[in-house]
Write a protein that binds this ligand. Sequence first.
Ligand code: NAD
Ligand code: UD1
Length: 336
Amino acid sequence: MSLLITGGTGYIGSHTVVELLKLNKDIVIVDNLSNSSTLVLDRITKITGNSVKFIKVDICDEHALNTVFEQNDIEAVVHFAGLKAVGESNEIPLDYYQNNVSGSVTLFKVMAKHNVKKLVFSSSATVYGENNTSPLKETMATSATNPYGQTKLMVENILFDLAKSDEQWSIACLRYFNPIGAHESGLIGENPNGIPNNLLPYVAQVAVGRLPKLQVFGDDYDTPDGTGVRDYIHVVDLALGHVKALESLSRISGCQPINIGTGNGTSVLEIVNSFKEASGQDIPYNIVPRRAGDIATVYADASVANDLLGWQASRDLNAMIADTWRWQSQNPNGFE
Ligand code: NAD
Ligand code: UD1
């Protein structure tokens, strides 16, 4: 039987596919390549020695998805496919709702039709909104402040309703904190289109000389050095969280939200200084006003992941930054 990985050629998907292939799982990737390229498939094979089946499919295309389920013996789905840029979601909200919400509903309908009711879903710490105090716990109230966050919250709510309607569903909603880093081989990593929105890819591109200067969004937060604090998690630890979640689905009834973070917070300036040290490059920066929608401090209470999945992060910030730098310096222009 095979695992279906939607969005499997993307950043987190590709790292998860590597960890699953290492366990000799049969994998089918579907992706519409809107934010990735098939060049990653050769890299995955180089790392694992295994090849992976890829089918170019848009998850909004019910007919094509049906064919995938008819032609492959799928036992469970890991659903990464989605658009993920917060700023862009404010500009083209309908595309986000169509792709992330309608696409997910289409996928779940096709899964139900084929009696595949095991699912791991990529949610985000963004569902905790602005009004909770870290460490964030799964029992806290959820809310969203932008269309991207709304799509994650809506899909979570759809999954809670689906699991209530039919007790055969086992669903893990993994709420990722801030994934960074790359595979230790330096062969796969994050490859953003255009100018990066997130801190780590931006800093990495400054270090490699593709961008001139980092803008630090505010140094007047109520944090030790005034800059924003986040829970950065190594993408390979995150990938291993998916492996554990898949193994645990038989013990999960209904839809279970699970934080995937380290439980530690790191400031923007700590990231800049660690990156400087790891890369030996200067990282020039300016302090600029706060970015709308940002909050001071976000980090996880990761105890549910530990108790329920037997998972905890094991790679520290030095490894996250060293691996980001290896990927960026070996592939200054991404996969091209
Ligand atoms: P990514 O853009 O690298 O990967 C997503 C993949 O989905 C891409 O390969 C893209 O081509 C594909 N895709 C998008 N829409 C599709 C569609 N309609 N049909 C088929 N394929 C489609 O992003 P990522 O960082 O790997 O994120 C994976 C998931 O995790 C996303 O759902 C994202 O919202 C979520 N997430 C990411 C982060 C993060 O910081 N990277 C944080 C929290 C949650
Ligand atoms: C962003 C998203 C959030 C998403 C998360 C993980 C926004 C408003 N929020 O959050 O929905 O779940 O990514 O994908 O986009 N920073 C700078 N300069 C930069 C970039 C970032 O100073 O050029 C700072 C930010 O202010 C923040 C920290 O770095 O304090 C991390 O930023 P980022 O990587 O964008 O992640 P989040 O803000 O956590």
